[in-house]
Design a binder for this molecule. Structure first.
Ligand SMILES: Cc1ncc(COP(=O)(O)O)c(C=O)c1O
Length: 373
């Protein structure tokens, strides 16, 4: 059977134009961007060009972009960097129960160091109520960190409203946009955040590169101390190779036109599943406030991991994971109050630029063969 990739929220292939832009930095342009001689010039130029490309996608200034090793590091820098810089003012952080582990784990680590963290609940669609954010704020709150869009169900948070509440209370606001950049608009001016995380491999750039938008003038303690790279925010000789990969991907991502095609494919996929399986299928996530490429669907009474195995070469994800020999519901579905009988049968299909209508048809046929309606 033909392998079919529907796991673009897990990772994307490197776009050909991205690989082409990176090529010279594999072959010849090896200089250290910080050196003062000819060999540094191509690297220095590429690094700053890339910074401009990332900034343009976000509507930010180039000097507000810090290159990182990916989304996890960007989240860690935003959260721990804020705590280390501001904990003399207060040590309270507000986040949500459905964040990626790259937000939840740094928060738990900071609890170990004395921080107090509020994990806000979500409704059955996976959304945070902005009024819950307002109610959670205390005089000690130094950071609100709420993701832009969820990786499992695709639900988009009311970021503008949360950002406005943060501004009203003069509290720093971070959003993990690893899943939303390149799929929906992510201009920082419109979202209203102070810190925003990007992961390269979710938008057709390589793994190992990401970025953190840091609003101009923000005090942030680096996680990696050393020389003054990245304007003192992250030490270590910069990789022009990875930076130009991310920059080129950001330039391509600015054109959201392909997302309309992907959303149409995704919607037809869901409509066909409803036709075929009726009450045996349920949508997880918000019906409309959702990433255009994401379809998280439960086959009631099924076991996602078993179904995935039977789907013969379809790369997708499940809403459950095996912990100590026991299959458990994902924390995201659990926080949404999805009952076990439904949540255990969850499959996440995430479409991308290379997804074809024929692939979706084939997946529907393979599902029909294993699911009894
Ligand atoms: C929402 C979200 N945040 C952060 C990350 C981590 O990004 P990276 O894999 O680049 O460290 C991911 C990756 O799955 C993600 O989906």
């Amino acid at each position: 059977m033909q392998p079919i990739y529907l796991d673009y929220n897990a990772s994307t292939p490197i776009a050909p134009a991205v690989a082409a832009a990176m090529r010279p930095f594999l072959d010849e342009a090896f200089g250290n961007p910080s050196s003062g001689h000819w060999a540094s010039v191509p690297a220095k130029v590429a690094l700053e060009q890339a910074r401009g490309q990332v900034a343009a996608l976000l509507g930010a200034a180039p000097d507000e972009i810090v290159f990182t090793s990916g989304g996890s590091e960007a989240n860690n820098l935003a959260i721990k960097g804020t705590f280390f810089a501001l904990n003399r003012k207060g040590a309270h952080i507000v986040t949500s129960a459905v964040e990626h582990p790259a937000v939840l784990a740094p928060c738990r680590f900071l609890e170990w160091l004395g921080a107090v963290v509020t994990y806000l609940p979500v409704d059955s669609t996976g959304r945070v109520d902005p009024e819950d954010v307002r109610r959670a704020i205390t005089p000690q709150t130094v950071l609100i960190s709420i993701m832009h869009a969820n990786n499992e169900v695709g639900t988009i948070q009311p970021i503008e409203e949360i950002g406005a509440i943060a501004r009203e209370h003069e509290i720093r606001f971070h959003t993990d946009a690893a899943q939303s950049v390149g799929k929906i608009p992510t201009k920082v001016g419109e979202l209203g955040g102070d810190l925003l995380s990007i992961a390269g491999h979710k938008l057709y750039a390589p793994k190992g590169v990401g970025a953190l938008y840091v609003r101009g003038g923000l005090e942030l303690e680096p996680l990696i101390h050393g020389a003054g790279h990245e304007r003192g925010r992250r030490a270590g000789t910069e990789s022009a190779l990875l930076a130009i990969g991310l920059g080129t991907a950001c330039e391509i991502a600015a054109d959201l036109a392909t997302m309309a095609r992907i959303a149409a494919l995704r919607d037809r996929f869901w409509a066909t599943l409803q036709d075929r399986f009726g009450d045996h299928v349920a949508l997880n996530g918000h019906a409309t406030e959702r990433l255009p490429n994401t379809l998280n669907v439960s086959f009631v009474g099924g076991i996602g991991t078993d179904m995935l195995e039977q789907l013969n070469g379809v790369a997708a994800s499940t809403g459950s994971a095996c912990h100590s020999g026991r299959i458990e519901l994902s924390p995201v579905l659990a926080a949404m109050g999805v009952p076990e009988r439904i949540g255990m049968g969850a499959l996440r299909f995430s479409l991308g630029r290379d997804t074809t209508a024929d692939e979706i048809d084939q997946v529907i046929e393979r599902l029909s063969a294993i699911v009894s309606a």
